[in-house]
Design a protein. Structure first.
Length: 133
């Protein structure tokens, strides 16, 4: 059975924790890909991914003082081809070394952004275990 993301809003690229120069690079990528860019403010760390991506059924719940020092990129409502082309464009424009990237799924849309980043860090460590030697 295929997992579906319910009440999908528009296609977008959500970014968190990046400086102005890097954000400008993301703006250029989003423009070329004809995708909306959402620059998430620091207090977004405690919000659910579904809320941040604009999915129906989610509302603001977070502690507005919460923030997270990590950086993350989230792809929302992109099919495989579009996601692949977007990642390729990111790499070609100096945005290739970002380890915390995810597409919104029916599971992670219920996580807070910080929980998603925790999960992505765990996955990244497992996938790259032993490469440091």
């Amino acid at each position: 059975m295929k997992s579906r993301v319910m009440n999908a809003p528009k296609q977008q690229l959500l970014i968190y924790g990046f400086d102005d120069e890097t954000t400008d690079k993301f703006k250029a990528v989003a423009e070329r890909m004809k995708t909306e860019l959402s620059v998430l403010p620091p207090e977004s760390a405690a919000e659910q991914v579904g809320f941040l991506a604009g999915f129906a059924g989610f509302s603001a719940k977070a502690d507005k003082s919460a923030s997270d020092p990590r950086q993350c990129v989230i792809f929302s409502c992109m099919d495989g081809k579009k996601l692949s082309r977007t990642v390729d464009d990111m790499r070609a424009n100096g945005l290739g070394g970002i380890p915390l990237k995810a597409a919104v799924t029916s599971v992670n849309q219920k996580m807070t952004l910080s929980e998603l980043m925790d999960e992505l860090e765990k996955e990244h460590r497992i996938m790259h275990k032993g490469e440091d030697k």
